[in-house]
Design a protein around this ligand. Structure first.
Ligand code: 13P
Length: 709
């Protein structure tokens, strides 16, 4: 035995403290990264979702840059816009709540990897100036986007590397509520904003904005500078000239190119102008200086404009003309499109031409209505939500010349909080209270006095894995580490044991904390020591740090001819060396068909363990494993299993008394899986499982352990 080592897991106390500290630091880093990624995803998903058309325009910019030409405003790009924001927002929320931690963290890492590659391309090739990560809310340069994405990718990879260290805010049983609510909410927000207008308007034409001010150049600022080069030819010689050294007329002009030489300051509004049709008069200045109200019916593409609400538009037009106000249609479309619109809607108002991108920036509705006074934006409406000139609200707006309150940002923030944050907060609170009260209940149950009073059963709940002859050393150690980490991150409600091949024991003992995950062997010799080539004694097993040993497995009984006498010796030697024994019993198919199962299990107990003193018998865990169910996919039904478990307990009671029987853990084994474990474990005499095939993958095994929750 190693001096100074902890007997159970072979580590010194110092090593244990170091590994706990490492684990704590890992926890802190993983959770910090998870918060950074979650919050960024939630913000960027939300600002995209509130402006589906803006996100669609950005996607179309990208598509154009890579030469995938989608017709502008196509359904495919709009669908992609809604889906992208929904995925981003939902991933953020799921990460925040630590829901489906493994899969969500992996998807997030893959998502970030793709985004980082795209932004690397953006940075190198500059196909678009603004990546659009945060819609119009925050504009960052391509270099900044790349930096941001590298940080996010690194954080996402750290989270995906140790997903189970993310602290959960909500129990697994209630996760589905968060998932469905989040997806419904964010898709709902997108649809609402598509039908109405973006919930929050981050563009320079928001309500209250002064367009004239937005066009001003702050004193001392310089605009961007451009340089034009002229390619000229004379006598077969081609040369480049600038405006400064433009040659005489003996040179012939061939071509010219203009490049931007300095960024300069670009005012937020730099391309607002209105040229009336058909006379071509520029009315921009008059329009912005007009002290009366001007209604602008804005339609970037008149040929695609929704004409279903033309009645409401006409009503407002009549109201405007009747009250001495201006009403102008603004579009980037052709004269034919304007006359088609007039034909369809009977529109009598004049049209002015404005740049299409400007119009799309002004309002996310085609058509949308704008109300201006002295260049200030007084109101904005989607064609689906046009104001009623007769309403009190509208009259108040016209009277006061200020926002009527519908667009009050604070009110909208409150709406989002009421519709999303509060419901999820209340759900989390209820969930945590419920979890806390069940902890209190469990603690009370564990209290000895309580147990004495209630005479509750004291036996342990156990899930033990029997790896059999599977997994090489490296695979075995990796699985043990994975389980150890998962169980450390989230404590199970039962004892968990893994029984491994002999050669794994020493290495696995070093890799796990046996306070969390205990270790056992699958067998031991029936001899104490000596010339027994190939055998491994109980003492050797114990010296690896293992605490348990499986004895009497049906595979050993049948393939290696282990008789009740041999098993009796093994049990004695295991106990002598301080090992706890998982003793297996169970009938074959023929015996079950002959209804001899009770007889068989009784004989097996009598043959190998009923010779023990009461004190020693208390160190035995019984595993009932019907041979016909082992590795066959056939499970005993929970009623069948309960019946025979109750019988086994009754014969233990006959032999050692009721108290011992009540304290003995009896496990079920044979095709036990996460799907059937809850039903089996719900039976009063089934205290857990001895698991074969499903113990070979951490997730499967964890699923069975979680059946005790
Ligand atoms: P399976 O879970 O693969 O049926 O094996 C049961 C068993 O033999 C455990 O010892």
């Amino acid at each position: 035995m190693n001096e100074g080592k902890n007997e159970t897991n072979g580590r010194t106390a110092e090593e244990t403290v170091v590994s706990r500290t490492t684990l704590f630091v890992q926890h802190a880093i993983v959770n910090l990264c998870r918060l950074v990624v979650a919050v960024t995803f939630i913000v960027s998903g939300f600002v995209k979702a509130i402006d589906p058309l803006g996100t669609q325009y950005k996607i179309e910019d990208y598509a154009a840059a890579v030469g995938i030409m989608q017709p502008a405003g196509s359904l495919a790009t709009l669908g992609l816009s809604v889906a992208l924001s929904a995925v981003e927002f939902s991933l953020g929320v799921l990460l925040l709540f630590a829901i489906h931690r493994r899969v969500v963290s992996r998807i997030t890492a893959v998502f970030m990897a793709i985004m980082t590659i795209i932004t690397l391309w953006l940075w190198i090739a500059e196909p678009v100036k603004d990546c659009g990560c945060f819609g119009d809310a925050i504009h960052i340069s391509n270099a900044q986007t790349l930096m941001k994405n590298i940080v996010l990718l690194a954080s996402a990879v750290i989270v995906a590397w140790r997903p189970l260290q993310m602290v959960r805010f909500i129990s697994r049983s209630n996760q589905w509520i968060v998932i469905n609510y989040t997806v419904l909410f964010i898709v709902g927000v997108s649809i609402y904003c598509l039908y109405m207008l973006p919930l929050f308007d981050f563009r320079p034409y928001h309500i209250g904005a002064d367009i004239k001010k937005g066009m001003e150049m702050p004193p001392g600022e310089k605009g961007p500078e451009f340089e034009t080069t002229f390619i000229m030819e004379k006598d077969g010689e081609r040369r480049e000239f600038s405006l400064d050294n433009y040659p005489d007329s003996t040179w012939t002009f061939i071509d010219s190119k203009t490049v931007q030489v300095s960024e300069g300051y670009v005012p937020p509004i730099h391309d607002f102008s209105v040229v009336m049709q058909p006379d071509g008069v520029d009315v921009t200045e008059d329009l912005l200086a007009n002290k009366d109200y001007t209604f602008l019916l804005v339609s970037p593409q008149l040929e695609k404009a929704d004409d279903s609400n033309f009645g409401d538009i006409d009503r407002i037009y009549e109201y405007a003309t009747g009250n001495g106000m201006n009403f102008i249609g603004l579009t980037a479309s052709s004269d034919e499109a304007i006359s088609r619109w007039r034909d369809i809607t009977g529109a009598e108002y004049d049209f002015g031409i404005t740049d299409g991108t400007t119009l799309k920036t002004m309002i996310r509705s085609n058509p949308g209505l704008f109300l201006l006074k002295e260049g200030r934006v007084i109101g904005k409406w989607s064609h689906n939500d046009l104001p009623d000139p007769a309403s009190q609200e509208f009259k108040a707006l016209i009277k006061n010349g200020i926002d009527n309150g519908n667009f009050d940002t604070a009110k909208k923030v409150v709406k989002v909080v009421i519709w999303f944050v509060i419901p999820l907060f209340l759900l989390t609170l209820a969930d945590r209270l419920w979890a806390w009260s069940s902890i209190v209940r469990n603690t009370r149950k564990k209290n000895k006095l309580y147990k004495l009073l209630k005479k509750k059963k004291m036996r342990k709940k156990i899930v033990a894995g029997n790896w059999k002859m599977n997994l090489n050393l490296q695979e075995g150690v990796a699985l043990a580490k994975e389980l150890n980490e998962a169980l450390t991150a989230e404590k199970p409600n039962c004892d968990v044991i893994i029984c491994t091949p002999f050669i794994h024991l020493a290495s696995v003992a070093q890799a796990i904390d046996q306070n969390v995950l205990a270790l056992g062997a699958e067998n031991c010799a029936d001899k104490e020591k000596g010339a027994y080539t190939g055998e491994v004694s109980a003492e050797m097993v114990k010296s690896t740090g293992a605490q348990y040993v499986i004895i009497g497995h049906s595979e050993r009984r049948s393939y290696y001819a282990e008789t009740p006498e041999i098993l009796k010796e093994k049990v004695l030697l295991a106990l002598k060396n301080g090992l706890k024994v998982i003793f297996c019993i169970g009938e074959s198919l023929e015996e079950r068909e002959a209804n001899k199962q009770n007889e068989v299990v009784k004989a097996e107990l009598e043959g190998s363990v009923f010779n023990l003193s009461e004190e020693d018998f208390r160190k035995i865990i019984i595993a009932y494993e019907p041979i016909w169910a082992i590795g066959t996919g056939k499970t005993a039904t929970s009623d069948q299993a309960e019946e025979i478990h109750a019988y086994i307990r009754s014969i233990i009671a006959e032999k050692y008394g009721k108290a011992v029987a009540e304290d003995t853990s009896i496990l079920y084994g044979g095709s036990c899986k996460a799907s059937n474990a809850p039903e089996l474990f719900a039976k009063p005499d089934i205290d857990g499982g001895l698991i074969g095939g499903a113990a070979l993958k951490a997730a499967d095994f964890r699923g069975i352990i979680d059946a005790w929750k």
